[in-house]
Design a protein around this ligand. Sequence first.
Ligand code: ADP
Ligand code: MG
Length: 442
Amino acid sequence: MEVFICSNGNDGVARAVLHGGGIVMAVDGSDVLDEVFERFLKGTRIFGDREVLRHDYVPEKLPHREDQIRYLGEVTAPVLRGSRCSNIFIYGKTGTGKTAVVKYVLGRLASKARKLGAPVRVCYVNCRLAGTEYRVLSTLCNALRVDIPFTGLAVGEVFDRFKATMEARRLLFIAVLDEIDALIKERGDVLLYELTRINETLSYGRTSVVGISNDLRFKELLDPRVLSSLSEEEIVFRPYDASELQDILLDRAKLAFYDGVLSEGAVSLCAALAAAEHGDARRALDLLRVAGELAERGGAEVILEDHVRAAEKRIEHDRIAEALKNLTPHSKFVLCSVYLLGKAKVGCAITGDIYEIYRELCDYAGLTPLTQRRVSGLIDELDVIGLLNTRVVSLGRYGRTKKIRLGIPRSLIREVFFGDDRIGRLIDYVPKCLAAISDSRS
Ligand code: ADP
Ligand code: MG
């Protein structure tokens, strides 16, 4: 949930606008908050430890991943005896435990190496979060205690410093590149190429790469030479089924909640919903966490199936709100045009209608409009992510046309766009061309 807090500055009244529940409170602060805090403190105790439901928490036990843990352990173990280990390519859909398993195994490997005094370094980088080759490489350098300025060096220079340090210290280095697909889609596979070739130019140091991808088609993006060096070993993470998810949830629930707080029905429902999606443990854990929060706020003693259903709605709401916020300005304008058409009771619009409104909105807001062809492309993209629904209908001998309507509740568009600087004032705008369109449709 997004919370915007602002003050109007002259009467000392703080306004809290809560997007999500759609509540707008204008309050004189303390009384209401005292009540909220007291109610929380006196309320039922649901969470023993919230932290264990965070996405980046790595549990001690990872049920149903014993095979992958063992295999990854076997493949990486040679570094304990001074040999480089094979490069490994790991793939599977989101929430199948790739990150957790790799962090767990390599964490254990690093501590074993420390005990033995073996010259092993492991460095984990999330490439999507790092965003650029420069940042990925500087994270690898930081793991060797080589400081790299935030910007300013050429990528090649950073790479040379990395190589020189490994060589001087005669290290066995394992670079874990998580969500590598995101980096490669944006920037190509040069970094991966260089990293998988690095050993050819070193005499003492050695590097192994563990590449992790959420996208199963990622292999197609790689140069065949890069692919063959990266996948000296491959590990596939398949989706969890409902009963596996249930085991994972039960283990985690023991740490997260007080005894007796979680009903059996609620756990099963979280597992079933996440299994129906794509066997995503993250989704299952999110459902559990949000259900717990809703139960806590509602003063319930036990987390029930109804809390899970409400949690599902809340998560879906937040997911759509996030997607809406991240659209480009032009896509927002297109969506807003469909919204305004719907508001004027033109339920199923055609591209031409949308384009007319879109152009008027651009004019009004001082944005240069795109061509109708580009807008038509944006409509297709919005359809793919479910924000619009399009349907091709036959007009008999007049050919075919595409009917377009919103794919999400109108209230949600209003709620999210209302808080957007640029689009907020368009939500209540009445386009001049609307009357003509309405007439032609009736
Ligand atoms: P991926 O990297 O494949 O997207 P993650 O490793 O991030 O998935 O897992 C998502 C969430 O589910 C994490 O919070 C992780 O701790 C949890 N998780 C995944 N698999 C297991 C498992 N077998 N046992 C316990 N927790 C798991
Ligand atoms: Mg991951």
